[in-house]
Write a protein that binds this ligand. Structure first.
Ligand code: GLN
Length: 525
């Protein structure tokens, strides 16, 4: 059976528990432990696919097509593991399963209760996935904060496991906020004390406290937290503001985080080699190698494109520097904004807002040979732009056009008539057969990337587009669907129906992003 690390949070949500889990996991992975990250969310949605990204950030898509919390982005980017749908629990999924079992008569006439039936279901899910994966350590992050009604069942499950399993088989990390009070010039520990009290009410005591703060925790504050919260002083860990999230594993290493965990959990570990990680973090401190514009609706910016930003960063690090990113609002689009840029990304998106601006941006890049990478909706809009200006047709996508226009992007028959919202898009990894520039870039005749979309380039237009110079350089195996498009004469005019950003990690950037960034870097504006 595996060992278990639990990560809880207190005081506020949004403290970066996902990054704490990812960083701890990275250090233990480098010590030869097979890590399996699990995220538990309290909400009743089955998955975040139907949630407003402005409220909840980017929806991350796993290889198996499950739409999951964006924390999986951190796990995969840090660890290089490929997450599975079962590793993201939501209360919605758990309740649905329990209710299905009840309807099936699986509980043999018993009264079905939160404890033990729901908690058993949670534990079964964790243990089954761990067994399937043959993981050494499962690290379970509980979303939200201690004290939320929604999280109580996860905490109760943890309590049961902590009391049943041998002491060295579990470890509890509690992440809290340690605010700095300007008037007195002090870091304050009271919120931490209170949240540990809340945790104790659930029957749990932490083995380690990670204090999220502006600056590193002072020694005095560490001592105080240690005394009042009953953890060893060396297990009170600083998690200050950092220039880059990838520095966190190094900072944790300095504080002996993996050492403390290994000792308490009696892990058989080997020495770790952090040279490559350190080299990459160093590159992030170098200058910007290229300035990239991401064109989107103003509303969508920030968290919605987290994976795109990270993939650009990974690619730049491979070239020894960092990336400059500017957001271009396509609802008030001004082509002059593109003048200073070395490259442009047209990211994924939904709906009609800001579309005209994105199409103008694509046109400007095409006509002025500015490197441009189209992602999903980006590819679809590249096709619309090309059809309008090179094929001279009144083109649109069925997503935003009206019926007297020609839909060069439309629903495929298997998507028509689907009214249900959750999990009904084309989701997860699909293979594409490559030719042209993309074949060179991937160094392969085949690429497999993750998808999340409803519409496709209309196959009736493939030939016309190709005859006029927009090459369909990646297709699904049956040749029916366009997966990549490119203009061969252009320095970099490539669109993909997929989201290659979901396959980029800090240690291994995605080839398409890498090629795009390199081309942008060589651009002299
Ligand atoms: N809105 C488009 C579609 O549904 C593109 C989706 C996306 O960019 N992820 O096909």
């Amino acid at each position: 059976m595996p060992k278990w690390i639990f990560v809880t949070g207190g005081v506020l949500s949004g403290l970066g528990k996902g990054l704490v889990s990812a960083s701890v996991s990275k250090l233990l992975q480098l010590r030869d432990q097979d890590m399996m990250p699990v995220k538990c969310d309290g909400y009743l949605n089955i998955d975040p696919g139907t949630m407003n990204p402005h409220e909840h950030g980017e929806v991350f898509v796993l290889e198996d097509g499950t739409e999951v919390d964006m924390d999986f982005g951190h796990y995969e980017r840090f660890l290089g593991v490929k997450g599975k749908g079962d590793w993201n629990l939501t209360s919605g999924k758990i309740f649905q399963e329990v209710i299905d079992k009840e309807r099936n008569g699986d509980y043999l006439g018993k009264t079905v209760q939160m404890v033990p039936h729901v908690t058993d279901q949670i534990r079964d899910k964790w243990e089954n996935s761990a067994q399937e994966e043959d993981a050494d350590i499962v690290i379970v992050e509980v979303g939200g904060t201690v004290g939320d009604i929604e999280n109580m069942l996860y905490l109760e499950t943890i309590r049961q496991m902590r009391s049943e399993l041998p002491e060295e088989d579990t470890f509890l990390i509690h992440t809290t906020l340690v605010p700095y009070l300007e008037t007195t010039g002090e870091q304050k520990t009271k919120p931490t004390q209170h949240s540990v009290k809340d945790l104790r009410e659930e029957g749990l005591s932490p083995d380690m406290i990670v204090g999220r703060s502006q600056e590193k925790l002072t020694e005095e504050v560490q001592e105080k937290i240690s005394l009042f919260c009953d953890v060893e002083k060396e297990a009170v860990i600083s998690d200050p503001n950092l220039e880059s999230v990838y520095e966190l594993p190094l900072l944790f290493e300095d504080q002996g985080v993996d050492e403390i965990i290994s000792r308490k959990m009696k892990l058989q570990t080997r020495n770790k080699d952090m040279q490559d990680w350190k080299k990459r973090v160093k590159a992030l401190r170098n200058g910007e190698i290229a300035m990239i514009g991401i064109c989107g609706k103003y509303m969508d910016m920030e968290d919605s494109y987290a994976s795109v930003e990270e993939a650009l960063k990974h690619a730049a690090v491979e070239e020894g520097g960092k990336i400059g990113i500017e957001y271009i609002d396509t609802e008030n689009f001004d082509p002059e904004k593109l003048e200073e840029l070395d490259g442009v990304v047209i990211p994924g998106g939904f709906g009609s807002r800001g579309v005209q601006g994105k199409i103008e941006a694509i046109k400007h890049c095409r006509e002025n040979d500015i490197p441009v990478l189209g992602l999903c909706y980006g590819l679809q809009l590249m096709v619309v732009e090309f059809a309008r200006n090179k094929l001279d047709i009144d083109a649109a996508s069925a997503e935003f056009g009206d019926e007297d226009q020609e839909y060069v992007v439309k629903h495929m028959p298997d998507q028509e008539g689907i009214d249900q919202k959750g999990g009904t898009m084309r989701l997860g990894s699909y293979k594409a057969e490559l030719t042209g520039q993309v074949k060179e870039i991937y160094g392969s005749e085949m690429a497999s990337e993750r998808h999340r979309h409803r519409y496709e380039v209309n196959p009736e237009y493939h030939q016309k587009l190709e005859q006029n110079g927009l090459k369909i350089s990646g297709k699904t195996g049956n040749g029916e669907l366009a997966e990549y498009v490119e203009i061969p004469e252009h320095s970099f005019f490539i669109g993909t129906q997929a989201h290659p950003e979901f396959n980029s990690t800090f240690e291994e950037p995605n080839p398409l992003y890498h090629a795009f960034t390199k081309t942008a870097q060589n651009q002299t504006p």
